[in-house]
Write a protein that binds this ligand. Structure first.
Ligand code: IPD
Ligand code: CA
Ligand code: CA
Length: 569
């Protein structure tokens, strides 16, 4: 989950342990001031009565790590991110102190927090079916007579491969989050938990010198077979059972990730383990000479370059954050609203994506104008900069479960598109460009083709109401494709999977970002007469667009002149 998505949070659910009255009052005042709904439940109670899956919800826990674990159990299955406030004595997971609460929430609501996706584990066997964020321990049951045997033997398999027999007091399988718990005290490795999805198996009080901890992927099935009675505890007893001889337990990575909100008010991981677990390699305060800049210094570049680089970062993050609800809703659209003709439609997904992008842009650049297909249509008056946004380009495809749709975000400087981001949620492809600095897909440079024979070329037609382009070029080229997202069409031209694209007419939000990307990749973009394409905010007077790799442009124009009538729609 992207921290930027939290900018649209409109409901907070707090799980509260006793003795949290003061920070809870602070929270109530803060939510009131920001017009955000607040519901509180006591730790241990369920949230069904106050949770609404249609609201953008943030979970908060007040307490120590026990309360935080309850929060994970409650919020992770609902895909709700969680911020832990430490009102306990020693907390390792809940890392915001009450005095920082308002600042941490401000940062979260501005979309500036990050969200760690934490791996959970899933345990399945006789008498147990549970998900945990920390660990599962399978241990010998203490004998009634203390003089009797105090070890247990467990056969372990990784998928179909026999790992061996573990003899000792038992084993612990932990997630990276749980790696600082019981498995650490059994000499297991410390896992840096951020976006780390491995699981580890650590022997407890083993009698064999050669046995080492094992690290596996979350897809690996660890099968553990008891040779005698054993007790099983998930997350320190949040689920538990007693196993008998020959029981088989399967432990694997859970499909549901836990989303943990991290702000700059949290201790960093190695600072936290230094303070709380006596990590011996450094002091709790990082010496100044060891501090690293989190972002590259921008001092060498000009003010404009700074704005564009910053705008690009924000646009990428906003696009990826808006892609999440689109992926979640893709193929399950319930309500479609027809805006103009029957193909001009909008869904709740368009609005959700729009809310995320416009909020993020406004938070970061309050002085810039925002011109979005689905909401505000400001054009910069006191500013040169206008953000041009199509939160979902290809809604028709989206609504019919077709993966060809995209998110298009551009920055226009005094009428010229100068930065563009097109994100394709279903393939996770990110096309980006800043004017004068080249075009990129997922960080790799892209360029148009150099094909110059029309009969060898692949063309894409966008809006083409009377089918002129299709019928005219179909026989002349290797193919004319009609895919359904104008922004993406321009990116295909930019990255070489098409040699030319055609739009009978377009709206500014359809092509602002794609124009920068295609031009930076080397494309020639004109109207149907060959004049350079002039970007315009005017939605009534829309020009045709012909984009090509350059080498084919004159051949394409020649054919168009013969065939295209004056655009009208
Ligand atoms: C549409 C798509 C389509 C193009 C239409 C646009 P929307 O945008 O870009 O490819 O041919 O002209 O309106 O409505 O899905 O954002
Ligand atoms: Ca569009
Ligand atoms: Ca749209």
């Amino acid at each position: 989950m992207q921290g930027r998505r939290l900018a649209t949070t409109d409901k907070l659910i707090a799980i509260v342990s006793p003795d949290s009255d003061d920070p809870l009052e602070t929270l109530a005042a803060w939510t009131d001031e920001h017009g955000i709904d607040l519901a509180t439940v006591a730790v241990g109670d369920d949230i069904d009565d106050v949770y609404d899956e249609n609201r953008a919800t943030l979970g908060v826990t007040f307490g120590g790590d026990g309360t935080f674990l309850e929060g994970i159990k409650t919020f992770a299955p609902r895909n709700v991110p969680l911020l832990g406030v430490n009102t306990g004595t020693l907390a390792f997971l809940a890392r915001v102190e009450p005095e920082d609460l308002e600042h941490a929430l401000d940062e979260t609501l501005r979309g500036r927090a990050s969200v760690d996706s934490r791996q959970q584990l899933h345990v399945h066997g006789p008498g147990v079916e549970a998900t945990g964020i920390n660990d599962v321990m399978i241990q010998q049951v203490p004998p009634e007579n203390p003089i009797n045997r105090k070890v247990t033997r467990l056969d372990v398999y990784a998928d179909d491969e026999y790992v061996g027999e573990f003899e000792g007091t038992g084993i612990a399988v932990s997630t990276p989050t749980g790696s600082t718990g019981i498995s650490l005290s059994a000499n297991g490795p410390v896992h840096y938990p951020v976006n780390n999805h491995t699981l580890q198996l650590v022997p407890l009080h083993t009698h064999k010198l050669g046995v080492r901890p094992i690290v596996v992927s979350p897809e690996t099935e660890l099968r553990i077979v008891t040779q005698e009675q054993a007790s099983l505890l998930v997350d320190g007893g949040r689920a538990h059972t007693i196993l008998t001889e020959d029981d088989e337990i399967v432990v694997t990575g859970a499909e549901t990730l836990a989303h943990v909100v991290r702000t700059s008010y949290d201790d960093h991981f190695f600072t936290a383990i230094t303070k709380k677990l006596g990590w011996d390699l450094r002091d709790a305060e990082v010496p100044p000479e060891k501090l690293r800049e989190r972002r590259p210094s921008a001092s060498a570049s000009s003010e404009t370059e700074d704005t564009l680089e910053h705008a690009l970062t924000v646009a990428k993050e906003a696009a990826e954050a808006a892609g999440e609800p689109l992926r979640e809703l893709h193929g399950q659209v319930e309500s479609i609203t027809v805006k103009g003709d029957k193909s001009d439609i909008v869904t709740e997904a368009d609005h959700q994506a729009d809310r995320i992008i416009t909020t993020v842009v406004h938070n970061e650049f309050p002085e810039h104008a925002v011109f979005s297909e689905e909401s505000t249509r400001q054009r910069g008056e006191d500013t040169d900069y206008t953000w041009v946004i199509d939160p979902l380009d290809g809604t028709g495809n989206f609504a019919h479960g077709n993966p060809n749709y995209s998110i298009s975000i551009a920055l226009v400087d005094d009428g010229d598109p100068v930065m563009g981001v097109v994100y394709v949620p279903e393939t996770d492809e990110l096309f980006t460009a800043i004017a004068g600095e080249g075009a990129w897909r997922d960080g790799d440079p892209i360029e148009t083709t150099d094909r110059d024979q029309l009969d060898e070329s692949m063309l894409i037609s966008g809006y083409d109401p009377d089918g002129t382009f299709l019928s005219h070029f179909y026989q002349e080229s290797r193919g004319v494709r009609r895919l359904g997202s104008a922004a993406l069409n321009l990116c295909y031209l930019a990255s070489g999977s098409a040699d030319a694209v055609w739009e009978h007419d377009t709206y500014p939000w359809d092509i602002a970002a794609g124009l920068v990307i295609a031009r930076e990749a080397g494309a020639t973009i004109t109207d149907q007469t060959g004049d350079p394409y002039a970007f315009s905010f005017d939605t009534d007077d829309r020009a045709a667009l012909l984009g090509s790799n350059g080498s084919l442009h004159s051949a394409l124009l020649e054919h168009l002149e013969e065939s295209v009538t004056t655009p009208s729609r």
